[in-house]
Design a protein around this ligand. Structure first.
Ligand code: FDP
Length: 325
């Protein structure tokens, strides 16, 4: 029988700060707890709307609120955490401690999947905190390249935790006894793919180069790309990114003309940045269509960005189309 390394032993062996390992272990433990709540669904009365909206004016589900509270409480009790920020909270929450780390998170990504028993997940990003003063919002506004750890848990047929710490990307599966076991070491993404993920119902709102790129994929063998493409769309970024880490592909959530002032739908600090670090560390690429996501200097906490990530050569094919005019 195969034996697997557990997360605690794996963390122990990593060339990283003990305090950072503590933060990651706290997030992992909370994700295991969240998995239990998500799995109980209607039995625990946790499905359905919360009757409130978040700072982004999105209707909150009960599970958005429950999972946000679980992660916030756990991180506030974790000594090396100086502050946290969540998709569900309007403002950053300093813990009152100085030094250590700042954590941003989307406690339950893919809200529209919650009530239909389709995959959802938790996404997190860890940044260094200022060493000499209590954290304020400006301290969170660091480019994604500064992240010291990032990852997600996906609550699907199996619950998995995928994370990057010092380097590389590793996947753990939640066992029945609550342990995270290393089942997917050293995940890498193939550079080429013939599978794309995009919400095609928005096609008429996209910029012309994006329409051209997707149209080229849809034309298959007879079009400019000269090969047939397949399409997948789980409607939860966390699950679409997980698929790409497992078998390659490209995920796109581009700018569109419905709200021209918003650069995209997905949030930079707790969706695009952590996923981009994972994708790059696995050998893929992530851009806003042209510019590397991890180089974007955030200007506000809930900033949105267009997202194009996955197999490196396909992300480059999008960039070539976007810059062709
Ligand atoms: P959701 O709004 O359901 O939480 O985070 C935003 C997100 O999900 C992504 O996970 C997902 O890829 C995308 O939005 C789906 O949005 P649309 O259904 O509006 O295209």
């Amino acid at each position: 029988m195969t034996t697997f390394v557990d997360l605690a032993a794996w963390l122990e062996a990593q060339p990283a700060d003990a305090a950072l390992k503590d933060v990651v272990a706290t997030i992992a433990k909370t994700c295991a707890d969240i998995s239990g709540v998500v799995a109980s669904g209607a039995l625990s009365g946790s499905l359905g709307a919360a009757g409130s909206t978040n700072v982004q004016d999105e209707e909150q589900k009960k599970l958005d609120v429950i999972t946000n509270d679980m992660l916030s409480d756990a991180l506030k009790a974790c000594a090396p955490v100086a502050g946290l920020a969540s998709e569900e909270l309007e403002e950053v929450e300093p813990t009152g401690r100085v030094g250590g780390f700042l954590v941003t998170f989307d406690p339950l990504d893919g809200s529209s999947n919650i009530d239909i028993n389709a995959p959802v997940g938790t996404i997190f990003s860890v940044l260094p905190a200022p060493a000499d003063q209590a954290a304020v919002e400006a301290d969170f506004l660091q480019p994604g390249a500064n992240q010291v750890a990032a990852g997600y848990a996906v609550y699907g047929p199996q619950t998995m935790l995928v994370l990057t710490l010092a380097d590389g990307v590793n996947g753990f599966t939640l066992a029945a006894d609550g342990q995270w076991l290393l089942t997917h070491p050293a995940i890498t993404i193939k550079p080429d793919t013939a599978e794309f993920a995009i919400n095609v119902s928005n096609q008429r709102h996209w910029a012309a180069p994006m329409r051209r790129y997707v149209d080229g994929c849809l034309q298959g063998k007879d079009g400019p790309r000269g090969k047939n493409f397949n399409m997948r769309w789980v409607a939860a970024m966390v699950a679409d990114v997980h698929r790409i880490l497992m078998r390659g592909g490209i995920f796109l959530y581009p700018w569109d003309a419905r709200e021209p002032d918003k650069p995209g739908k997905l949030r930079l600090m707790y969706e695009a940045n952590p996923m981009s670090l994972l994708i790059e560390r696995a050998g893929g690429a992530s851009t806003d269509g042209v510019t590397r996501t991890l180089d974007v200097q955030p200007t506000k906490l809930h900033q949105r960005v267009p997202v194009v990530l996955g197999s490196a050569n396909e992300v480059e094919a999008v960039r070539a189309e976007m810059t062709a005019g």
